[in-house]
Design a protein. Structure first.
Length: 142
């Protein structure tokens, strides 16, 4: 058991579980799931994305993305518009309400991240980010 507890991938999974639980708690009273937050963040970084593109970037199935997009649209947080060049492709963007809610989410996520990284030096945080970027790039998810 000692070997498993010290495996890097096990520790990353444990960190992911802590982050997920923290996000659930931080966003719950805003009625936003971690998955919805991720999609809104991706749209804030780059508007007019397709559902398929969002699914690839978020690492979820197209079916799961369709459900999340539908939920966000029902809430008035995103809007879909037909791509004039490819009428079958719908581009998704944040609405003003979505941007406002995302700002509230970001403030809470900033607090959560500060709590999770409390006690680490700036050099340690930079090293951690570099390592995580390298893993993501190697796996093709960056």
């Amino acid at each position: 058991m000692t070997q498993t507890r010290n495996r890097t991938i096990y520790l990353i999974k444990r960190a992911e579980m802590a982050i997920r639980a923290g996000l659930d708690a931080a966003l719950r009273d805003l009625s936003v799931t971690p998955g919805q937050y991720t999609i809104m963040s991706l749209l804030a970084a780059k508007a007019d994305q397709s559902s398929a593109g969002l699914a690839r970037r978020a690492g979820v199935t197209p079916q799961s993305m369709s459900e999340t997009v539908a939920q966000l649209e029902r809430k008035g947080l995103i809007e879909r518009a037909e791509n004039p060049e490819h009428r079958r492709i719908l581009h998704i963007s944040l609405t003003a309400a979505g941007s406002a809610l995302l700002a509230q989410c970001e403030a809470r996520v900033d607090t959560l991240e500060a709590e999770l990284l409390n006690g680490l030096s700036q050099d340690q945080i930079a090293s951690l980010r570099n390592v995580l970027h390298a893993i993501a790039q190697k796996s093709g998810t960056a």
